[in-house]
Design a protein. Sequence first.
Length: 82
Amino acid sequence: MSLTRRQSLQGPYLELRVEDDGEGAAGASAGHGLTGLSERLAEVGGTLTTGQARAGRRGGFVLSARVPLDDAPVGEPPKLPA
């Protein structure tokens, strides 16, 4: 299995995307992890989308988050993890 992570600054937002080529969410147990994450992002004006990685490809899962950076110092982008 491989994992791809991308991050970018889009105006006042940090956009994150994590994608794998594994089994997707079909075997995941019921829980509140993604729901809780979506709710926390919504509280600060962000969004979360999840789903199948690529149409026509067997398996894989993608998570995309958009996080507002209102508290970032003006003119200084946040330091992104390597």
